[in-house]
Write a protein that binds this ligand. Structure first.
Ligand code: C2E
Ligand code: CA
Ligand code: CA
Ligand code: CA
Length: 278
């Protein structure tokens, strides 16, 4: 038995070590990911429940590592944040998304894209100016870009984040609080921010059709958002029962695998042609 315990301890240590080596490798290779064109963006639609039409796409980052293959953003975004490389990725992402919007505009599609920002993006007081320059350079209108930030992202430096978000909101960008319901910020704090939209976290949505408690939470969150004059988005809509429930509850926008999985930019216009939510 002792031998067995020792073995499992050894394999546990090996697992830890492997995990640690993988992280070191990913941090080391993050910087090259940009220059070697290993990054791309996937786009996932949001549908307006009132009009039944696509109202926006969310841009989600993807990294194909040369030897490790696809690395999930939940793994590499956190590493990039902790190793001080996130602004490199965010700058690439911003320029890339704006250029993509420009291409779509040239193809006669006036699309809107929401991007995800990290805490250090929000404390960078040059961000509003950089975004304004990109919007101008690529001939876009500010309403074609929207921002998603989480409560914890904002709370890391609430004063700087508020200043940045106010400037961007005044520029005409819409701002959503992502993963809403998983943080612990108070409404009093959120009220100080120029927020347009709450995005209710998918952990409350995924089993909405079978879990009564989630239904109660979602219903009261939608009510509260509307009373505050905010729009509400549900992410993680995976089946029609959930979509129907959310429509009944007057949820404004839906996003999830049931509508579409995140897709490469090249697939977006074709998907729009075929979809029942044009
Ligand atoms: P998020 O912003 O909360 O994005 C939603 C995640 O849920 C995405 O995972 C999306 O693919 C996934 N999802 C969408 N619909 C469904 C569904 O119906 N069911 C389920 N189970 N999942 C669904 P993804 O693409 O792996 O991204 C994970 C997280 O990585 C994002 O969470 C976001 O926090 C972060 N991230 C992604 N791209 C960027 C980026 O460009 N910048 C920053 N700072 N963070 C990013
Ligand atoms: Ca998001
Ligand atoms: Ca989210
Ligand atoms: Ca998330």
């Amino acid at each position: 038995k002792a031998r067995g315990q020792q073995l499992s301890h050894e394999s546990y240590m090996e697992g830890q070590e492997e995990q640690h080596l993988r992280q070191l490798m990913l941090i080391r290779d993050l910087r090259d990911a940009v220059t070697n064109s290993e990054l791309w963006m996937a786009y996932q639609p949001k549908v307006d429940t009132h009009s039944g039409k696509v109202c926006q796409f969310e841009a989600l980052m993807r990294w194909r590592h040369p030897t490790l293959g696809l690395v999930p953003p939940d793994e590499f975004i956190g590493l990039a944040e902790r190793s001080g490389n996130i602004s490199l990725l965010s700058s690439w992402m911003l320029a890339h998304v704006c250029e993509q919007l420009h291409h779509w505009k040239c193809a006669d599609s006036h699309l809107s894209v929401a991007i995800n920002l990290s805490a250090s993006d929000l404390t960078d007081l040059t961000l509003p100016k950089r975004i304004k320059e990109l919007v101008n350079h690529f001939n876009l209108t500010p309403d074609q870009l929207a921002l998603e930030v989480t409560e914890s992202t904002v709370m890391q430096d609430v004063d700087a984040a508020t200043e940045t978000l106010l400037a961007l909101s005044q520029q005409g960008l819409k701002i959503a609080i992502d993963d809403y319901g998983t943080g612990y910020s108070s409404l009093a704090q959120l009220k100080r921010l120029p927020v347009d939209e709450l995005k209710i976290d998918k952990s409350f949505v995924l089993k909405l059709d079978t879990q009564g408690e989630d239904l109660t939470i979602v219903r009261s969150t939608i009510e509260m958002a509307h009373n505050l004059g905010l729009k509400i988005v549900a992410e993680g809509v995976e089946n029609s029962a959930t979509a129907e429930l959310l429509c009944k509850l007057q949820c404004d926008y839906l996003q999830g695998y049931w509508i579409a999985k995140p897709m490469p930019a090249e697939a977006v216009l074709g998907w729009l042609d075929d979809t029942p939510y044009p």
